[in-house]
Design a protein around this ligand. Structure first.
Ligand code: ATP
Ligand code: MG
Length: 453
């Protein structure tokens, strides 16, 4: 036998039944993005390395040690698998002059790649859902994005996430703070870990983001950026807070919230949970008014966030919410091969009328006995078996046998017009609540149970 190949470390296959949870989540996300009038963008997973080096910043974790960068041996180009998508969205918006007629609200979902040590909630290929509002300066859009994330948590039934807020001010304000921050850390140089020492002069703000408990005290006593903000930055921050307050959004202000990417200014925020250990940030974002210029575009303000999909799904699992599994409405039982053409034609007509229909396929051993086919029909979760037996076919009929409620009840239906009785086979719209176990066809609430005929 040939050697068995496996997936790349830290990169996961998403298979049934788990993939149902992903489809369910994606449908809810699409629905919510539509309600907020955000439009979908899809950018390539591969970009020029320079985009991320310039966009994310040379002295960040991502660019320093996490990127999958390589030279394309066919043409010598320096390429990188995207570690995040904001830089790519900004590149696309700039390249296609999307802001020529005003601001744009965009969203994406897809895989991102970072060479990190794989552990729970941290993978080398992971998935983000992101929302970006470009061309809008005010705190109103910052608030809108936070409300959008909150709506998502509600639609997903996600509990136990709290919002943390901070303001990073503007570059000049950060420069003032930075000098005092370095002085503070130099005074306590003995307590700095290796990471902090390395960052002391390159990116001292990031020291505040340390996960090292030994540094807790010196981080907590450090000068707070908030105290260095001028009137304009404060007005922006207070503007955001008053909209959140008016909407009953709970949050706490975390002066140590600095974010790992260089491009942020003013509002930054994270949704965090205590239920996922150290990997507790499920959504992170903020304002990045200077990024477009850095990437070579015409100056425009912007704000956005990204959700870590694996962490959200993990949290839902932790909460014990069931995976809604897709099941067919009907399963065709075909006792002998000569009935197959009629069976397939009927299933096809039913599908066109909106019914989810699974055919019984032969294995190398043939179609299998009537009894074994029935077992498969039952295991499929279908509500009905359609029996294409010789007697009923001779009458121009198929037998519809109930497998669930009132199991055993059966009725003959004419083969001539499947669309006429297709409606009797469709299960009622499942509940949108993720906490409700049972049948689901994984459609957003508005599309559920809508026949396509
Ligand atoms: P962390 O501090 O956990 O490393 P980060 O600051 O690097 O997070 P961002 O770049 O802001 O994270 O990405 C946004 C979100 O994407 C994170 O809050 C997290 O939910 C998710 N995320 C980031 N890196 C990974 C990863 N390697 N695996 C799974 N999810 C990730
Ligand atoms: Mg990280």
């Amino acid at each position: 036998m040939a050697e068995r190949l496996s997936a790349v470390k830290g990169m996961n296959d998403i298979l049934p039944p788990e993939s149902a949870r992903w489809e369910w989540l994606e449908a809810i996300v699409r629905e919510q993005m539509g309600r907020f009038a955000y439009r979908n963008v899809r950018t390539p997973v591969l970009e020029h390395t320079a985009l991320f080096v310039r966009g994310i910043g040379e002295v960040t974790d991502i660019v320093e040690k996490e990127m999958y960068s390589f030279e394309d041996r066919l043409n010598g180009e320096q390429l990188t698998l995207r570690p995040e998508n904001t830089a790519s969205v900004v590149r696309a918006v700039t390249e296609h002059s999307l802001l020529y007629d005003g601001g744009k609200r965009l969203w994406y979902m897809g895989p991102m790649f970072r060479h990190e040590r794989p552990q729970r909630g941290r993978y080398r290929q992971f998935h983000q859902i992101g929302a970006e509002a470009l061309g809008f300066a005010g705190p109103d859009v910052d608030a809108e994005l936070i409300l959008l994330a909150r709506s998502l948590w509600k639609a997903l039934g996600l509990a136990d996430v709290r919002l943390e807020l901070n303001s990073l001010g503007q570059p000049a304000e950060r420069a003032l703070h930075r000098a005092q921050l370095i002085a503070h850390f130099e005074q306590h140089a003995g307590q700095l870990d290796e990471d902090a020492k390395r960052r002391l002069h390159s990116n001292p703000l990031r020291i505040l983001d340390t996960k090292n408990p030994a540094m807790k005290d010196i981080v907590e006593s450090a000068p707070k950026l908030m105290d260095f903000l001028g009137a304009e930055s404060l007005a922006h921050f207070n503007g955001l807070r008053s909209i959140l307050d008016a909407n009953g959004v709970d949050y706490s202000i975390n002066p140590r919230l600095v974010r790992g990417l260089d491009y942020y200014n003013l509002s930054v925020f994270e949704f965090v949970t205590d239920r996922l250990g150290a990997q507790g940030t499920v959504c992170a974002g903020g304002r990045y008014d200077d990024l477009i210029v850095q990437i070579g575009g015409k100056a425009a303000p912007a704000v956005g966030w990204a959700i870590g999909v694996e962490r959200v799904l993990e949290l839902l699992k932790e909460q014990g919410s069931e995976i809604p599994q897709p099941v067919p409405d009907v399963y065709a039982v075909v006792p002998y091969a000569a009935a197959m053409p009629v069976a397939l034609r009927t299933l096809q007509q039913l599908r066109e009328a909106g019914v989810r229909a699974q055919m019984h396929a032969a294995t190398a051993e043939g179609l299998g006995s009537f009894k074994s086919q029935f077992k498969k029909a039952d295991a499929s979760g279908a509500a009905f078996a359609l029996i294409f037996g010789a007697d009923e076919l001779a009458r121009g009929e198929v037998t519809v046998k109930s497998l669930r409620d009132g199991a055993g009840a059966q009725v003959g239906r004419p083969l001539a017009h499947p669309a006429a009785w297709a409606g009797t086979l469709q299960s009622p719209a499942p509940s949108a609540s993720p906490a409700t176990p049972g049948r689901s066809h994984i459609a957003p609430p508005s599309a559920q149970g809508t026949p396509t005929n």
